[in-house]
Ligand binder design. Structure first.
Ligand code: ADP
Ligand code: MG
Length: 317
């Protein structure tokens, strides 16, 4: 494109909240044939809310009522039936030191339910899997199936409960206390209003739309279905450090991929993508790694970015 056309395209972009980092990016965007969306914070609002607390008894059976409460000053042992409030307090205490959106939703949800949440005595983040904390003299785990398995705890008694919640598109997390599965907590996110439109407009243009997430397969597919992404095009349970490899392997098939993301986790993937697009409210790290920034945080602006590129290049022919 001529410098004049590039300037016009860049200006039109800026007026629409689509910031191109350079003229070469503006030229490239029209050739994108695959758009890979991050799930949380990109297709969804990333505003998690605690929705469910399920208690398991010593045999791993879900209790429909709250169970007995061993909380108030009494000694909790793993054999006791913990009540809903106990499970939530343990989970929230373990998560109190974590910055993860899933963790914050658990803490906020507990506080809203009148629980006084304190710091754990010790804790360790297990990236992509959950949190391992010491509360009093006890070990508390909150996280996915792999976190429990890696700690020698069988998560399968909770499988039906987990599946039910995940099929609703929720992120369900197992809670273990002193080496036993004691409950499940779930957080839900809200899908952005325009996510479905963005996906269908891209598909109408002949662009393949994919989704990548660290979240589990079932939750990911439930969200994909709600926004119109083919379940085949979902890459779930991708560890933070593996997101860029996933984008590279998509591009190794000869595709020209646009990665759209918001998180620190997404930065390497944004950098390796043919076009990296950051959500404006995302982390600075993501914005720095990206070629395009969407100031309105609106997935439909992905389509706008591609159309502006089209129009700019068409005009100069
Ligand atoms: P995402 O890409 O969706 O932000 P992450 O890679 O951070 O996901 O985490 C992947 C999965 O690991 C989550 O869906 C959750 O099951 C588990 N997990 C991660 N961090 C936590 C945490 N602080 N508490 C509980 N579970 C967690
Ligand atoms: Mg994200």
């Amino acid at each position: 494109a001529t410098p004049a056309a590039t300037m016009v395209g860049t200006t039109i972009g800026a007026q629409n909240g689509v910031l191109f980092k350079g003229g070469d990016i503006l030229e490239r965007a029209k050739d994108v044939d695959t758009v890979v969306f991050d799930k949380t914070g990109t297709l969804t609002k990333g505003e998690m809310e605690l929705t469910d607390v399920v208690v398991f008894d010593g045999d791993g059976q879900p209790l429909t009522d709250g169970g007995d409460t061993a909380a108030d000053g009494g000694q909790l042992t793993a054999r006791d039936r913990l009540g809903e409030e106990d499970v939530l307090r343990l989970a929230a205490t373990a998560e109190h030191a974590s910055e993860h959106p899933l963790a914050r939703a658990i803490v906020d949800g507990a506080e809203e339910r009148g629980i006084d949440v304190t710091d754990p005595d010790d804790f360790e983040n297990v990236p992509g899997h959950g949190i391992q904390a010491t509360v009093g003299d006890s070990e508390v785990l909150v996280g996915n199936r792999k976190l429990l398995r890696d700690n020698g705890i069988n998560p399968s008694p909770a499988q039906d409960t987990m599946e039910r919640l995940e099929n609703e598109g929720k992120t369900a997390m197992l809670v273990a206390y002193e080496g036993e599965l004691v409950g499940v907590v779930a957080d839900a996110d809200t899908i952005k209003e325009s996510a479905k439109d963005a996906v269908s407009q891209l598909q109408e243009r002949g662009v393949d739309v994919m989704m990548i997430t660290g979240d589990n397969e079932r939750t990911a597919r439930a969200v994909a279905e709600q926004v119109g992404i083919d379940p085949e095009n979902v890459r779930a349970e991708v560890l933070p450090e593996d997101k860029s490899d996933a984008v590279e392997s998509i591009q190794d098939e000869g595709r020209q991929a646009m990665m759209v993301g918001d998180g620190v986790n997404d930065a390497p993937a944004l950098a390796v993508a043919y076009v990296g697009t950051a959500i404006g409210s995302g982390t600075d790290v993501a914005i720095e790694a990206a070629d395009v920034t969407l100031m309105r945080d609106d997935p439909v602006d992905v389509v706008k970015a591609i159309r502006i590129s089209d129009a700019t290049l068409a005009k100069i022919k």
